[in-house]
Design a protein around this ligand. Structure first.
Ligand SMILES: Cc1cc2nc3c(=O)[nH]c(=O)nc-3n(C[C@H](O)[C@H](O)[C@H](O)COP(=O)(O)O)c2cc1C
Length: 403
């Protein structure tokens, strides 16, 4: 049900605009309060009166109209919304969204809205396949915008291929899934680790790695947004922790081990997104190591294995590990899952340029202890975080909350 949810429905100039009326009916039938906005082209396909009658609200069509109760309508409408859905979304509007153009109601709402955005594209197959459209979709995905469809099938042009608007029931399903995320972790405590560790060599040098901490911070932020109490244990990063999260900053793997084990018993789920060093220098030189030697040999010694210790101690908590791999992604993830007794492994190909450590985006495969393997497309780290939390929420739903 969508009772009390405020949804903005943007309709743009596609032949499929008439299907938006059915979508609107489905959304209102489920209890949502829907406000429609239409582009000028959309009004050429279906009259705004149809949407006004079905939603029982004025339809936002003219950015400069004076009759929105003295408010700046696009700011007011965007501010109160739980979700902004654009269905159908034309190639033209996708391009405007991707480039930040704002010359009508729908595009102004897109820039002003802070709620999640769901787009349901509809267009001819060649328009969908065009590199410009594909680049715009990729840009929007990377910024966290969600997509449903397009489906493949017979198109209005008579051609067959990708570009059909997703069926209204499918769009409603995506709406419900997105809105269900909002508070589904309320009452749960999540412990998230992030970032690299620095293992000192001497008073000024350390052995570290390229982890930026972005994935762990995105997880902490997404979990907090979904109502969880979040404990973030992080190695050195320049990132600001999300508001409301308890942030414990550590430097070495040993410090991370201590901080995590001290807090894990009270957590419903532990997500180990950090990249702690597996080895540290066996000896830390008391003063700066001088240059001038022909060869300098470092002796390294293993650091404590945080995940292994956690899985040994943990009973009820959901345990999620990351596997940064450069080859054999799924096989290595399965091995880690089994060896460390985890519920879920997030395997990412750190060899790829657009995924892994420093990138804003990530391409991961989720490998569950239940055997489910889910390969996600290239997504923003924020969206990857939500997909991981969707799985964690499902696992938690099967377990009672901690007292
Ligand atoms: C009969 C007809 C059907 C169209 N169907 C689509 C469509 O399904 N998808 C699309 O991207 N553009 C379609 N167009 C083109 C758009 O209407 C056009 O690009 C317009 O500028 C979109 O404006 P808007 O995005 O502001 O609504 C169609 C045009 C016509 C005349």
């Amino acid at each position: 049900m969508l009772t009390g949810k405020r949804i903005l429905l943007g309709v743009t100039g596609s032949i499929a605009a008439y299907k938006a009326a059915e979508l609107l009916r489905e959304l209102t039938r489920r209890g949502a309060e829907v406000t429609c906005a239409m582009t000028e082209s959309a009004s050429r396909f279906v009259a705004p009166l149809t949407f006004q009658s079905l939603s029982r609200r004025p339809v936002l069509t003219d950015l400069y109209a004076q009759d929105y109760e003295g408010q700046i309508a696009h700011i007011a409408a965007a501010g109160g919304a739980d979700l902004f859905v654009v269905a159908p979304a034309t190639a033209h509007t996708l391009a405007k969204f991707a480039h930040g153009l704002a010359d009508d109601f729908v595009t102004n709402l897109f820039l002003a809205a802070t709620c999640p955005v769901l787009l349901a594209p509809a267009m001819d197959a060649e328009m969908w396949r065009h590199p410009a459209t594909q680049a715009n979709v990729a840009t929007l995905r990377q910024r966290g915008v969600q997509f449903v469809g397009p489906a493949s099938g017979e198109l209005a042009s008579g051609l067959t291929g990708p570009g059909r608007l997703a069926e209204p029931v499918e769009i409603v399903g995506a709406v419900e899934a997105l809105l269900a995320r909002t508070r589904d972790l309320a009452g749960r405590t999540l412990l998230v680790t992030a970032g690299p560790t620095y293992e000192p060599l001497d008073p000024v040098r350390f052995v570290g790695n390229r982890s930026s901490g972005r994935m762990g911070f995105a997880l902490a932020e997404a979990a907090a947004a979904r109502g969880a109490r979040v404990i973030l244990v992080t190695g050195p990063t320049h990132l600001a922790p999300p508001a409301g999260a308890e942030c414990i900053r550590v430097e070495t793997t040993h410090e991370m081990y201590e901080a995590v084990l001290a807090r894990a018993a009270g957590a419903d789920a532990v997500i180990k997104a950090a990249a702690p060093a597996d080895y540290r220098p066996a000896r830390v030189a008391p003063s700066k190591i001088k240059k001038g030697r022909e060869v300098l040999t470092l002796e390294l010694t293993p650091t404590p294995d945080i995940l292994a210790e956690l899985s040994r101690r943990q009973g009820a908590s959901v345990l999620v590990g990351f596997a940064a791999e450069t080859e054999e992604l799924v096989a290595n993830a399965r091995e880690k899952l089994r060896k460390k007794n985890l519920d879920l492994v997030v395997a990412n190909d750190v060899g790829a340029k657009d995924a892994g450590f420093s990138a804003e985006t990530n391409r991961v495969t989720l490998v569950g202890a239940d055997g489910e393997v889910e390969t996600l497309p290239l997504l923003s780290k924020r969206e990857v975080a939500h997909r991981i939390l969707d799985r964690v929420a499902r696992l938690l739903a099967a377990r009672p909350a901690r007292p």
